[in-house]
Structure formats: C-alpha cells, structure tokens
Design a protein around this ligand. Structure first.
Ligand code: CAO
Length: 446
C-alpha cells in the first residue's frame, strides 16, 4: 500500500478559502486530474484535481471547511491504481499557470476569477426560434451564475443559460443536479412557442439555370418587395390561414356614394367604396373584439385593442405598402376618404413615414378597382384578420316578395383570419355582420 496525502496546492494569495463541494467519497477510485474538491473565495472559484490516481482512503474536509495552501484534503492509496491521466478537457478555461507545489505535488486546476461573463450577444428573439428545450434556455441573460467550472461546462454542453437556473447548493450555488432538473423541466413544458419554427418549409428551391431554356434577364427586386416578401412569407407560415368568402349587396350604398360624390369633390375628396368599407369594418371589430386583437408573444393570451387603426394595402410602382388610418371610429366617411387619398398619394410618391405604416389593428386589401372575383389575402401579422375586396358586379338576386330576380350590385368579400385566434363560426359571423352593414347604408352611418 502506498499511502499518499493530497494537500491544497498553491492557490495564489488566497487564504482560508471555503470548501464548497466535495466531489469524492471514501472508496472512490480516482484518476490523475479528476476533480476532488471545489473551493471558493470572495474572488475566485477553483477545483483541486487529483495529482495522481488511487483509491480514496480518507476524506479530510467537508463542505463549509476553510482551507489554505498545504491543508490536507485526502488520504489516497496510490498503490493499486495506476490509472492513466485523463486527456485534458477540451473546453477547460485558460487558467493562469499555477506555481509549482513540490510538497504535495498538487496543482490548482481552474482558478476562475468571479468576473462577469463576457457580454452575451443580444438576441432579437423571433417568436418562432426553434429550440428543443424552450427558447428561455438559450437566451443568455447576462446575469452572473454561481457555479463551478465543471457545472458551467456541463451547462454549456446542453446550451443552458445558467442565469436561469435556481441553485440548490450552499449560497445558492448551482449544482449539476440543478442543471439537469432545469432541462427536465424545460422539456416538460408545452412546446407551442419553441416548436413554432419546426413546421416551416426548410427545403431549398433547386438552383436552375433558366438560360438553358431560352433568353432571360435578371431584374433586382425593389427594397419594398424584398421586405414585404419576407414578412408575407413569415405571416403565411406562422398563422394558420382560413379564408371566408361572402357577398354583400351594395346597390343602395353605391347609389348613396354617387349622390355624395359632388359634395365630396367640392371638399377636394374622392369618395370611394373603401371609405365605407372602413366604417363597416370598424363596426364589425366593435361587435367581434377578437378580430381587433393580437396574440401575446407567449401565445397564451389575446391582446385586445381598444383603438381602431385600420390599414389598407396600397399598390405602388415599388411594391405593396400598408398605410394606416388612425382612429377610424372617430371619423366620418369624408374624413376617412380624405385620409385614404392623402396616404395613398404619399405611398405612391414614396413619402410615407414609418409611423404612418405602424399600429394597425386590421387591414383591408381592395382589388375592386382592378378586377377579380375573390382571392385569399395574407394576414398582416400580428393582426389576426384581413379583409379582401374584389370587384363588384351586377347579379340577379331572387326577391322572395315579388318572386322575381332583381339586378343588384354585389360586392365579393374574402376574409382571411388566423385560426389560432378565430374560429370558423366567428369568421362567418364577422362577414355576415359586414354584409348586413354594407347592404343597409343607414346602419353604416349610425
Ligand atoms: N368594385 C368595383 N369598382 C371599384 C371597387 C370595387 N370593389 N373599388 C373601387 N372601385 C372603383 C372606384 O370606384 C374607382 O372608380 P372611378 O375611378 O370610376 O371612380 C376605381 O375603381 C379606382 O378606385 P381607386 O383604386 O382609385 O380607389 P380605392 O379607394 O378603391 O382604392 C387603393 C385605393 C389605394 C386601395 C387602391 O388604389 C390600391 O392600391 N389597390 C390595390 C391594393 C392591392 O394591391 N391589394 C393587394 C394586396 S395583396 O397582394
């Protein structure tokens, strides 16, 4: 039997340092460089590695003891085990070289000054960050965690931000078991948010040289097209869309609009159907507040808005923009029409300010001036619904009183909604409400 003592090596200028973890027990077989105890002073924490392999015969320290250079830690029988030294850990932090300690042949392993961790990169976290153990686990908080180097390494391997882990050790020190419990807990959480990105299409389009089939020309996308393209794609992938189609009889409304036209022109305003649609939409939003809402970032709450800012898709030579008319509920149709004219002119002249495109609750996309019978508009997230309007046309509508078909002006409506927030029944109720408002101009102007 070769009995050897393991002493605390030169640990710099530290004296009376706390033993915060004892990592071995009597009877354990240790290899050279295995961590034996963890020490912590006010300024640093460090592990004491085994200077040689052997079997632990006695443990001379316990958690809470204070030790200094030369303090006896263990008695080890070094005769039976000639375990080879483990290769150095790849991720061991770089430590200042410890002075030699001939007396006990022990070196300081990882003197780690308790300095703040390097500033983590700021994460602008999209709601759909894919992360198998929950987004919170990988977002570095920048808080300093109280943990030993080995626990830090363990946490790094799992991608866990230690600042989010509650320590159960002395002085709230984070132990390996705390990290394991944290990961287990994260895995048990509902994955709605963390999995949001997993269903997104990740397949790349094949790269094709179209010139092999004929003459081509490359035309760069405008800045607006690139921006709106990315947003449209995100919205399409994130929100499960359903489109409800309906038709509104706008015969009387159109008569009224035309009768108002000359008066509007005197005021320098072009009174189009869109102004009336805005009024009808706000009325429907009041009746169905879930449409005037956004999902909270956690996906667990609905943020109901008590203001009524309505955006409208505007076709410009550079691409699609969505100016927002504020407080539509407080404006009459002529005021709305004036705003519409001014904002769409600004949009086409590229003079829209950023704030004039922000804060919308709901969007209307009207292709009525161009044509088409129906389409599926893409929701302008984080709004939860959008109304598409196609070209009105005269259709025969059966009149049950006269038992005849009457020619009526019918407006096609296409309401896309986020099915996470709105059920099909409410989608149909919303368009029915719109239809009712638009077919009776008196209600609309109330
Ligand atoms: N049915 C029939 N005619 C309609 C109509 C409808 N639903 N809506 C508008 N019109 C008529 C108007 O009355 C007007 O006729 P007159 O010139 O004879 O008076 C004409 O179409 C043009 O209207 P407009 O476009 O000037 O005015 P608007 O208020 O209807 O629309 C705006 C304004 C900014 C929404 C529109 O110009 C526009 O840009 N539309 C495109 C929106 C778009 O691209 N959406 C797609 C988004 S998804 O990619």
């Amino acid at each position: 039997m070769t009995i050897k003592e393991v002493l605390v090596p030169d640990i710099g200028n530290f004296d009376s340092v706390d033993v915060i973890e004892v990592l071995v027990n009597v009877g354990d077989v240790v290899s050279k460089d295995d961590s034996l105890v963890a020490l912590e002073s006010d300024k640093a924490s460090m592990h004491i590695p085994a200077p040689f392999g052997g079997t632990v015969k006695e443990v001379k320290v316990k958690v809470g003891d204070k030790v200094s250079e030369g303090s006896l830690i263990l008695i080890v029988d070094a005769s039976e085990t000639e375990a080879p030294a483990k290769p150095a850990e790849a991720e061991k932090p770089v430590a200042p070289p410890a002075p030699a300690t001939p007396a006990a042949d022990v070196k300081v392993d990882i003197p780690e000054p308790t300095r703040p961790a390097p500033e983590p990169p700021k994460v602008i976290q999209p709601a759909s960050t894919p992360n198998p153990i929950g987004a919170s686990a990988i977002v570095a908080s920048g808080k300093l965690a109280h943990a030993s180097p080995s626990v830090r390494k363990f946490a790094r391997e799992l991608g866990v931000d230690l600042a989010l882990v509650q320590g159960s050790g002395r002085k709230n020190r984070i132990l390996q078991s705390d990290v394991q419990a944290f990961v287990k807990n994260e895995l048990a959480k509902p994955r709605s948010e963390s999995m949001a990105g997993f269903g997104s299409p990740s397949l790349q389009m094949p790269v094709i040289d179209f010139s092999q089939y004929g003459k081509i020309e490359n035309k760069p996308l405008s800045r607006i097209k690139k921006l709106s393209g990315a947003n449209l794609h995100r919205n399409w992938v994130t929100a499960p869309h359903v489109t409800q189609f309906d038709e509104a009889d706008i015969t009387d409304l159109e008569d009224f609009r035309k009768s108002m036209q000359s008066e509007a022109e005197k005021r320098g305003v072009k009174l189009t159907l869109l102004a009336f649609l805005m009024k009808a939409v706000v009325n429907a939003l009041r009746a169905y507040p879930n449409f005037n809402a956004s999902l909270s970032p956690t996906g667990e709450e609905l943020i109901l808005k008590q203001y009524y800012h309505v955006g409208f898709a505007c076709d410009t030579p550079d691409g699609l923009v969505v100016p927002v008319i504020r407080d539509v509920n407080q404006k009459d149709v002529l005021e709305i029409a004036r705003d519409l004219g001014e904002l769409s002119a600004k949009a086409r002249e590229r003079k829209l300010k950023v704030e004039e495109m922000q804060g919308g609750c709901f969007t209307i996309s009207s292709l009525g001036g161009i044509g088409g019978t129906a389409f599926t508009p893409i929701i302008n997230c984080p709004e939860v619904a959008i109304l598409g309007v196609s070209r009105s046309s005269v259709k025969p509508v059966y009149n049950s009183q006269t038992k005849q078909f009457d020619p009526r002006l019918i407006l096609p409506l296409s309401l896309s909604y986020d099915h996470r927030v709105i059920d099909g029944a409410d989608g149909a109720r919303f368009t029915s409400h719109l239809r009712m408002m638009l077919s009776d101009v008196r209600r609309l102007l109330l």
